[in-house]
Design a protein around this ligand. Structure first.
Ligand SMILES: Cc1cc2nc3c(=O)[nH]c(=O)nc-3n(C[C@H](O)[C@H](O)[C@H](O)COP(=O)(O)OP(=O)(O)OC[C@H]3O[C@@H](n4cnc5c(N)ncnc54)[C@H](O)[C@@H]3O)c2cc1C
Length: 368
C-alpha cells in the first residue's frame, strides 16, 4: 500500500478531511488539479461563519454547521486565522415578512443555535443606526473569516502530521484492487498510487470524479447544477458593522450585506443558474442589487455599487426544485469499500469544514 488515504481536492473540505485523517495517524495524499490550493469554490464565497439557523433540523447542513462553527471558534484564534465575530441581523423589511422571521427563529432554536433574540425595529436601529426594518433576529455568534488563511492553516497541519499535497495532480480515475484503490493521477508527472481509502471532495468536479471510479453506479451520481452568485462592492464607507441578511428566500440564504475584514462593504450573492463555469460578474443584475439593498438601506446612492466577483455553488437542485442537503455517499450508498464521495457541498460548507472533515474520517475509520 502506498498510502492510507487519497483525498481528491485541496479546497477547504478536502483539506479538512485530510487533516482529520492525518491527525488520526493515517498517511494521506491530497490530489489537486490546480497549481495552488483553494482555487475553487472555497476562494469565491462570502466567507461568512454561519450560526446554523437556516437549515432543516436534523439535516447534515444543520448539524455540521452548528458543530463546525463551534470548532472554528476554537480553531481560528488558536491558529492565528483572521476572523471577526461581528454578529448578524436577519431583517424583515415589511410586516408581512415577520412570520418568516419567527419561523426562522424557531428553526434556529431547534438546531441548537445559541444567543438568538428577536429585535423590534427600534432595537435593531440602536445597534445599526442606518438600518430600515420592521423587525430583526440578532444572531451574535455569526461572523466572518479569511478562507485562504483557514486553508493554509489546514495545509500546515496536514504537512506537520506527515501528509502531502500534490499540486497540478488531477485525479484521472480509480479501480478497486485487492486491498485498496488503484488511483490514476494525470498531469505532467502522471502516475498511479495504491491507497486503502479514497475521498472525493472535488467541489464542482465531484460528479466527474465519481464517474471516473470503476463500479460507481451512474444512477447514484446526482445531477450537478451551477448556481452562480454575483457580488457587487460598495464605493464609500461601510454602512453596517454586522452582517445583514434578508428573511429567507427559496434556493439560497438570499442576497446579503457583508463588511469584510478589511472594512469594505459587499452585497451578494444572488442566485443565477448557468450552464458553464463562467466567473464574469453579470452586470445586468445591478438593478436587482440596488432594489434589494434599498429595502433595508434606503441611504444607498445611485452609482455606488460596482461589479466585484462571482462564485458558483455546486447545487444538486435546479431552478424551481426544493433545496436539499449535502450528500456524503459512503459504502452504504454505493457499495464500494472505503470510498466516500461528497456532492453538493454548497453553503454552509466553509462553516462546516472542520466538522465535515471529522465526520468523513469517522465514517472511514469505522469501516477500516
Ligand atoms: C457564492 C457562494 C457563497 C458562499 N458563501 C458561503 C459562506 O458565506 N459561508 C459558508 O460556510 N459557505 C459558503 N459557501 C460554500 C463554501 O464556499 C463551499 O461549501 C466550500 O468552499 C466547498 O469547499 P470544497 O472543498 O468542497 O470545494 P472546492 O473549494 O471547490 O474544492 C474542490 C477542489 O477540488 C479540485 N478538483 C476538482 N476536480 C479535480 C480532479 N479531477 N483532480 C484533482 N482536483 C480536483 C478543485 O480544483 C478544487 O480545488 C459559498 C459558496 C458559494 C459558491
Amino acid at each position: 500500500m502506498d498510502v492510507d488515504a487519497i483525498i481528491v481536492g485541496a479546497g477547504v473540505v478536502g483539506l479538512a478531511c485530510a487533516r482529520s485523517l492525518a491527525q488520526a495517524g493515517r498517511s494521506v495524499v491530497v490530489l489537486e488539479k490546480e497549481t495552488r490550493i483553494g482555487q475553487g469554490v472555497s476562494s469565491r464565497n462570502s466567507e461568512v461563519i454561519h450560526a446554523g439557523l437556516h437549515y432543516a433540523p436534523g439535516s447534515l447542513k444543520a448539524r455540521l454547521c452548528v458543530a463546525g462553527r463551534r470548532a472554528l471558534c476554537d480553531y481560528l484564534p488558536a491558529r492565528g486565522v483572521a476572523h471577526e465575530r461581528c454578529g448578524k441581523l436577519i431583517v424583515a423589511t415589511s410586516e408581512a415578512e415577520i412570520a418568516a422571521l419567527e419561523a426562522l427563529m424557531a428553526r434556529g432554536i431547534a438546531n441548537g443555535v445559541g444567543g438568538l433574540r428577536m429585535l423590534t425595529s427600534a432595537e435593531a436601529r440602536a445597534r445599526e443606526p442606518q438600518i430600515a426594518c420592521a423587525a430583526a433576529i440578532h444572531s451574535p455568534d455569526s461572523g466572518i473569516l479569511e478562507a485562504h488563511g483557514l486553508m493554509l492553516a489546514l495545509q500546515g497541519e496536514i504537512e506537520d502530521a506527515g501528509g502531502a499535497i500534490a499540486l497540478a495532480a488531477p485525479f484521472a480515475g480509480a479501480v478497486r484492487e485487492a486491498g485498496g484503490w488503484r488511483v490514476r493521477v494525470g498531469g505532467e508527472a502522471a502516475t498511479t498510487l495504491l491507497s486503502e481509502r479514497l475521498i472525493i471532495a472535488a467541489g464542482l468536479g465531484a460528479q466527474a470524479c465519481a464517474r471516473a471510479v470503476e463500479g460507481f453506479a451512474a444512477a447514484l451520481i446526482p445531477k450537478l447544477h451551477y448556481g452562480k452568485g454575483n457580488y457587487f462592492a460598495l464605493t464609500g464607507p461601510a454602512p453596517f458593522r454586522m452582517l445583514i441578511y434578508p428573511a429567507p428566500a427559496p434556493g439560497s440564504l438570499g442576497l446579503h450585506y457583508k463588511r469584510d475584514l478589511g472594512g469594505r462593504a459587499h452585497f451578494g450573492p444572488d442566485l443565477e443558474f448557468v450552464e458553464t463555469e463562467d466567473y464574469a460578474v453579470n452586470e445586468a443584475r445591478a438593478p436587482l442589487f440596488y432594489e434589494f439593498a434599498r429595502r433595508f438601506w434606503p441611504g444607498l446612492k445611485d452609482g455606488a455599487l460596482s461589479p466585484d466577483y462571482a462564485g458558483i455553488r455546486p447545487k444538486l437542485h435546479g431552478p424551481g426544485e426544493a433545496q436539499g442537503d449535502f450528500i456524503i455517499a459512503g459504502e452504504e450508498t454505493h457499495g464500494l469499500r472505503n470510498l466516500v464521495a461528497l456532492f453538493g457541498i454548497e453553503s454552509p460548507g466553509l462553516t462546516c469544514s472542520l466538522a465535515l472533515g471529522d465526520h468523513v474520517a469517522a465514517l472511514l475509520e469505522e469501516r477500516a
